[in-house]
Design a protein around this ligand. Structure first.
Ligand SMILES: [Zn+2]
Length: 326
């Protein structure tokens, strides 16, 4: 990415640090709803495991296709329910605050007439000033939710397959033990499944009794699941919010409300979780279409036009107009 030195220009900042504060406030209030629903989803997936499923795994040493189908259904409910509610709610906040900032900076009221026009024919899960913008954000949500649903299902299949490979194929555990361990593994990422398995081995090697190992492993697994729920809730909200801000700016450029070049200044969340990566990016400026490196749970080691650039990231972009220095 080519960095831009703002001291060569006369910059006008469209939004400011309040953009970040809004995200912190929204995630603090809403990420828990997504996390709790994720938890309930895993719980019902565990309750739906039948003795026939266990027998099938013991006999075939692979994941039953029926199990994977039922996960797909329950993850779809989760993503189309609580996650979509979260995306829509935070996108509305993003679009509104960016429109207010644009109105203020450009000195015109972009929203009034378009809002009235939109209200006539647009019915949206979130209220939005511009129909084109609403369509882009709905499109974003559509794409994101198929991606997320498939990702969650595939990831869980990988985690459970790891367990089957290690437990059933390599260690030859019985059906009862498989049933117990399966309950702990549903809800974990493949990496977390490996961590849980290492933890079990460590305890067993230290001479801890098997029943005790099972109980400690469940406690550890619950801790990992709680963390993962919050991580996904926060990161997804951050993603939708930043997408909404970005889309609002793109729209303002496309319709010609903005004539000057627009650049993006990275603004790191100044919270307890600010990491080295985001601190390093803080204040850096790149072109509107340029990308930052990103490594989120669903977007590993890729590039992104806007934050989050890692899981838990609540950073934002300050959109900036470039004027000539006089
Ligand atoms: Zn960040």
């Amino acid at each position: 990415m080519a960095l831009i030195d703002l001291s060569n220009y006369k910059p006008t900042f469209i939004n400011n640090y309040r953009t970040q504060l809004l995200l912190t406030k929204y995630t603090n209030q809403n990420e828990g709803k997504i996390a709790n629903d994720f938890w309930s989803t895993w719980k019902s997936q565990v309750e739906n495991i039948t003795p026939q499923d266990i027998d099938w795994i013991m006999a075939n040493a692979t994941l039953p296709p029926t199990m994977m189908n039922s996960w797909l259904t329950s993850f779809t409910d989760f993503v189309f329910g609580k996650v979509t509610d979260g995306w829509s709610g935070v996108a509305e906040v993003g679009v509104e605050q960016m429109n207010e900032n644009l109105d203020r900076v450009l000195g015109i009221d972009l929203s009034t007439s378009a809002k009235a026009k939109a209200a006539e024919y647009w019915s949206s899960p979130f209220v939005i000033d511009f129909p084109e913008l609403a369509a882009s954000m709905e499109n974003w949500i559509d794409l994101r939710r198929s991606y997320l649903t498939e990702f969650l299902t595939a990831e869980q299949a990988t985690s459970v397959t790891q367990l089957i490979q290690r437990g059933v194929v390599q260690e030859g555990i019985n059906g009862t033990d498989l049933g117990k361990q399966l309950k702990d593994v549903v809800g974990l990422t493949p990496r977390e499944e490996t961590a849980l398995s290492n933890y079990r081995v460590k305890l067993l090697n230290a001479g801890v009794a098997k029943d005790r190992v099972d109980s400690l492993a469940s406690t550890y697994s619950n801790k990992l699941k709680r963390r993962r729920g919050n991580r996904i809730g926060r990161t997804e909200l951050s993603h939708a919010y930043n997408a909404a801000n970005h889309t609002t700016m793109e729209q303002a450029i496309v319709v010609g409300d903005i004539q000057q070049p627009v650049v993006k200044k990275f603004y790191a969340a100044q919270d307890e979780r600010t990491c080295q990566m985001c601190n390093d990016l803080h204040g850096k400026v790149i072109g509107m279409a340029d990308k930052w490196r990103s490594a989120t749970e669903f977007n590993i080691d890729q590039e992104a036009q806007y934050p989050p650039v890692h899981v838990h990231c609540r950073c934002v972009v300050i959109y900036t107009l470039l004027g000539r220095k006089v």
